[in-house]
Design a protein around this ligand. Structure first.
Ligand SMILES: C[S@@+](CC[C@H](N)C(=O)[O-])C[C@H]1O[C@@H](n2cnc3c(N)ncnc32)[C@H](O)[C@@H]1O
Length: 304
């Protein structure tokens, strides 16, 4: 498979060469280019994969044997995984936000980048028939897969909506809790995502996000690699900046409640094959202190 740098993908997708008019327009096109790369890759995963370990280029460690093995390694237990449709777990998360969410019956949950629906179904089991879960994902193939899973599992309290997390298809003050699992690192506009999460939450609503962050600057070879981007590494923000973005969106009590460091090559398996020569020379992929998965909690204040 040919590898592309992020620039090549963008420019080949849009064919606009060097003749760009304004920096705003360029910025918008870059963001759209990135979203297209991500959407294309996750569409393939939604259609083809039965396990996170069948393929590269997803937010999945390279060391797992099955999606279930991988998911238990990032915090799910066997009981949880048995309680949801099997096809809902593609091993795409990097933590288990639901385990730390203290969900109550009757609550409304909004999942940003719901993929095949794993966390939505776990949340639905907790909030019960009086509650509601809304999953939002921009990849039509993921939405189709999640909807089929909802039918299989006879979930009446879960709804999947096609849309971007930067422009949530959800009314103001809808959710008691916004969750997300290994998605926001993929967004080229993280500020906007947290502003949207804030808007969609009720006053006193909670935010609980599992995501990949950087502990230090990535080597350029990884930073500019499109596959490293879809594998949830190259688009990740520095941890301090990430927390600042959440605060700037208006959230209070922003706390990292869990943190696990990974070698780069573990978080995105394909860097092993595609970027091994580049990274191993410098010993980069073996070093632990580049990338971490974190779970962050925060609260929307009561009075705005
Ligand atoms: C790594 S997967 C995680 C899926 C799910 N949260 C899980 O843990 O199984 C990332 C998902 O986010 C979606 N996604 C990425 N960027 C998005 C965006 N800007 N808006 C909406 N969905 C997005 C992708 O289509 C994909 O389904």
């Amino acid at each position: 498979m040919k590898t592309y740098s992020i620039k090549e993908w963008q420019f080949s997708a849009y064919g606009f060469g060097n003749l760009m008019e304004t920096s705003n327009r360029v910025d918008k096109m870059k963001k759209e280019g990135i979203r297209e790369i991500v959407r294309k890759r996750y569409a393939e995963i939604a259609k083809d994969k039965s396990s996170c370990c069948d393929s590269s280029s997803s937010c999945c460690q390279s060391t797992c044997d099955t999606s279930a093995d991988y998911s238990t390694s990032v915090g799910y237990n066997e009981e949880e995984l048995k309680a949801v449709p099997e096809d809902a777990n593609l091993g795409l998360g990097c933590g288990n936000p639901i385990a730390l969410s203290s969900l109550k019956g009757g609550e409304t949950v909004l999942d940003l980048g719901s993929g095949p629906g794993l966390d939505c179904f776990l949340a639905a089991n907790k909030v019960g028939q009086r509650g509601k879960v809304i999953g939002v994902d921009m990849t039509p193939e993921m939405i189709d897969r999640a909807r089929r899973n909802a039918v299989k599992g006879n979930y009446k309290n879960v709804e999947f909506r096609l849309g971007e997390i930067e422009n949530l298809p959800v009314a103001d003050c809808t959710a008691d809790i916004v969750i997300s699992n290994c998605v926001i690192n993929l967004s080229p506009d993280k500020e906007r995502v947290f502003q949207e999460a804030f808007r969609a939450l009720k006053p006193c609503g909670r935010l609980l996000v599992s995501d990949i962050v950087l502990l230090r600057e990535l080597p350029k070879s990884v930073k500019n690699d499109a596959q490293a981007y879809v594998a949830c590494v190259a688009g990740a923000e520095k941890k301090d900046k990430y927390l600042e973005i959440i605060k700037n969106a208006g959230f209070q009590d922003v706390k990292v409640i869990k943190e696990t460091q990974f070698p780069i090559g573990d978080v995105c398996g394909d860097i092993d094959s595609q970027g091994a020569q580049r990274t191993s020379k410098k010993g980069v992929q073996k070093e632990k202190n580049y990338v971490a998965s974190i779970i962050v909690s925060a609260v929307k204040p009561k009075n705005l």
